[in-house]
Design a protein. Structure first.
Length: 255
């Protein structure tokens, strides 16, 4: 028998579904939990970042942003006690005065999406954001931003966009694109004629496109694309992902 790694002959081996390894090589390459580094046995959790054993899997110790599983001694806490990993913390956005807003605005302009009325930005903690979401009659607890448009009569006066602080910059920019497209809809469409699926679906589609345009890491592109499975937020990706954005804009305006 030949080991698939060291290519040496051996008598005792470990047989996997694809290849055979000598016991020495297998101990070096066998699947291990990314948290405790112990070998995996039986059932375990498969994640984007690696496999996690049942003993280490704990949703309360996962980064609120990228979902990586952490151990108690690896976790960082934001001021509102959300868990965050060191990688996301190193990119975390804590204020609204930053170049990311200009970058997203420029990217939106490539799709001829321009917000004409003033936009005021503010970062808030989790409790404040959830309170605002509840006041709007939305039961979702996964939203990371809110766009509130002020009207004078039937005309838009200005927009207020609120963000959850502490998001890493790629996630912040995706949420910003989503909320700015809400502002665009309020300026350009009969928003009362659009279903929630059409509105939220279109905003998530734009966020997905902006991640692509800005060249964000594949993780953030796939995370945005994963909303396709959501019955409301995934509507736009399911219906319009392969269509020109100009078609989507025309459709929304025509409703």
């Amino acid at each position: 028998m030949i080991c698939a790694k060291c290519k040496k002959n051996f008598c005792e081996w470990v047989e996997t579904s694809k290849e055979n390894f000598c016991k020495s090589c297998w101990e070096k390459i066998r699947p291990r939990c990314i948290v405790c580094r112990e070998p995996l046995h039986g059932t375990y959790f498969v994640t984007h970042w690696g496999n996690v054993c049942n003993e280490c899997h704990d949703p309360k110790l996962q980064c609120f942003s990228c979902d990586i599983q952490l151990a108690e001694n690896q976790i960082l806490r934001l001021p509102d006690f959300r868990p965050i990993c060191s990688g996301c913390y190193s990119q975390a956005v804590f204020d609204a005065e930053n170049g990311f807003i200009a970058a997203v605005g420029t990217a939106l302009e490539k799709f001829l999406i321009v917000i004409k009325k003033p936009v005021h930005y503010r970062v808030v903690d989790l409790l404040k954001l959830q309170h605002m979401i509840a006041e709007r009659g939305n039961s979702s607890i996964t939203e990371l931003g809110v766009c509130s448009t002020n009207f004078l009569g039937d005309r838009v006066s200005h927009h207020n966009i609120f963000f959850l602080f502490g998001m890493p910059s790629p996630q912040f920019m995706g949420v910003l694109a989503h909320e700015l497209f809400h502002a665009w809809i309020n300026e350009n469409c009969r928003h009362e004629r659009l279903s929630r699926e059409e509105t939220e679906g279109a905003c998530d589609l734009i966020a997905f496109k902006i991640h692509q345009v800005l060249g964000h890491d594949d993780f953030w592109v796939k995370k945005a694309e994963s909303s396709e499975r959501h019955p409301v937020y995934g509507y736009g990706l399911r219906k319009w992902k392969n269509m020109p954005i100009s078609f989507v804009l025309s459709y929304l305006k025509s409703k």
